[in-house]
Design a protein. Structure first.
Length: 502
């Protein structure tokens, strides 16, 4: 059935294009959000939610039952110890993290659960290779966590798998869906069109449905994915995608239009491309969550020699002034709290960023971006803190590698879910409070028939992937293995008592 545009749709365009009819179960896209039923945004607003990793620790059934134990640390900002009648602390509001709370135990006796105490300074000395931001512990009025993954490069084998599965494309990444939906805003690079009924030459033709026919739906070197992919991304909790990349024009100008139709119909904001008939449409998209408004801006280094006569894809480097100018304009807007740039850039299969990447990152950060999250090399490139000319700190992740692909060698199947934490102060200013990551990989199963994106951990491995990722990203910022059960990792764990690194 046709899908209506809802009030939360936040693509800023000249006019909404014709709605697309998806030949899929509409419940898969509306209401959007995670497979757990309710939306993760909604969950993030529930004051009583306490992440499993925060609730530590001691269930004290005797001695101090009925009141907070004296030995437990108290937040000096808290006027008095919380009691059973107090509102349960909201983990999103760090100023309220303190002391202890009480719950009814299974025996009916009150149990006291100690929780971490929020600190104003990092707890103890930090490891040398810990990526930390100087305003990590500054208290604000709200914090959000953004999750970002790399390239969705859905090769032939993966498309066939999706068409075999009742959960379609989610079959590929259902193992990490909790890591995506746990964040307040989740991002991916959608590398290729989702152009219904468009063949390899960019012409309309009868749509084959969910079939890999290699004419309408195809893999390398000219990708096109069935639009159910977009519905699946929404169901998995993705909130924003880049559409500017070297495969943007794999179905020509009409393919860009049809892809946008699919995204609009699914209410999934996109950035970096525009329709033929919307030549002055903005390149950016907006996400609003927890009172923080983020503008996202994607660009690409090229479009694989496909001519872009109508200027439908934003280029990163054609004019060095373009990206800083666009960012500056967004950063000056009063209704935008933060700008994140997602460039598709760099040398394929190289772990080191080139000078051009560094220059663009610095230029857009100087212009007001709070983070730069890159893709395209198909392997991980490092992350670092960069400082703007006015002293603001920003995160640059040069390349996230592949999120889902058929590329088999170790670096190309090794990636991360990146978590970026933002804090907003009383005056509305937003700053980076930290960054963490969870290692992930694409596991192959059953004589190369099935591919699954899965997390990698210290215990169950795969060991070589784990070591490869940790070698590139460092150990201290790896998120511990208890996350993913409804809450993202803390991005500034050093600002809480009991801080340890992996
Ligand atoms: Zn690419």
């Amino acid at each position: 059935m046709p899908l209506e545009l809802g009030p939360r749709y936040s693509q800023e365009t000249e006019a909404m294009p014709t709605l697309l009819r998806l030949d899929a179960d509409p419940s898969a896209v509306s209401p959007r959000r995670s497979p757990q039923g309710d939306g993760h945004r909604a969950r993030a607003r529930i004051p009583a939610r306490i992440p499993a990793r925060v609730v530590v620790v001691s269930l004290m059934l005797a001695g101090c039952a009925g009141r907070p134990c004296e030995s437990e640390a108290q937040d000096p900002a808290a006027p008095s110890a919380p009691s059973t009648s107090d509102k349960t602390p909201n983990p999103r509001e760090p100023a309220r993290h303190s002391g202890a709370i009480e719950t009814a135990g299974s025996t009916g006796s009150p149990q006291t659960i100690a929780i971490e105490t929020r600190l104003d300074e990092p707890a103890g000395p930090l490891p040398d290779d810990y990526l930390a931001f100087s305003r990590a512990c500054d208290r604000g009025t709200r914090e959000i966590t953004i999750a970002a993954v790399g390239d969705l490069l859905i090769h032939r084998e993966l498309q066939k798998q999706a068409f075999r599965s009742p959960t379609h494309f989610r079959d590929l990444w259902s193992g990490v869906e909790g890591l995506i939906s746990a964040a307040d805003v989740s991002y991916a690079n959608l590398e290729g069109p989702t152009a219904q009924g468009i063949d390899r030459r960019g012409n309309p033709r009868k749509d084959p449905g969910m079939v890999f026919d290699n004419r309408v739906y195809s893999g390398y070197a000219r990708f096109n994915y069935h639009p159910i992919l977009v519905a699946d991304l929404v169901t998995s909790g993705f909130d924003i995608v880049s559409t500017a990349n070297n495969h943007s024009l794999d179905r020509g100008p009409l393919g860009v239009d049809r892809t946008i139709d699919t995204l609009v119909a699914a209410k999934l904001p996109y950035t970096g491309t525009r329709r033929q008939d919307q030549q002055s449409a903005p390149w950016h998209a907006i996400t609003h969550v927890e009172g923080i408004t983020i503008a996202w801006l994607a660009c690409t280094l090229h479009t694989n020699y496909q001519e872009d006569a109508l200027g439908q894809v934003l280029r990163c480097f054609d004019d060095p002034k373009t990206m800083p100018r666009l960012v500056r304009k967004l950063a000056r807007r009063k209704d935008i709290d933060a700008v994140i740039v997602t460039p598709h850039w760099g040398k394929e299969y190289k772990h080191e960023p080139i000078a051009k990447q560094r220059r663009l990152a610095q230029a857009v950060i100087d212009a007001g971006a709070i983070a730069v999250i890159g893709s395209h090399p198909h392997v991980l490139q490092p992350w670092e803190k960069m400082t703007a000319s006015d002293g603001r700190e920003a995160l640059t992740m040069f390349s996230l590698g592949n999120f889902a692909s058929h590329q088999r060698d170790l670096p190309r199947r090794s990636s991360v879910v990146l978590y970026l934490g933002l804090t907003q102060g009383e005056d509305g200013t937003v700053w980076v409070n930290g960054a963490r990551y969870v290692p992930i990989t694409v596991r192959m199963e059953g004589n190369k028939a099935n591919f699954f994106v899965e997390r990698v951990d210290a215990q169950s491995g795969p060991r070589e992937v784990y070591e490869h990722i940790e070698g590139l990203m460092g150990a201290p910022n790896r998120a511990d293995e208890s996350i993913g059960a409804g809450a993202p990792p803390r991005t500034n764990p050093q600002c809480y008592s009991g801080f340890t690194t992996p």
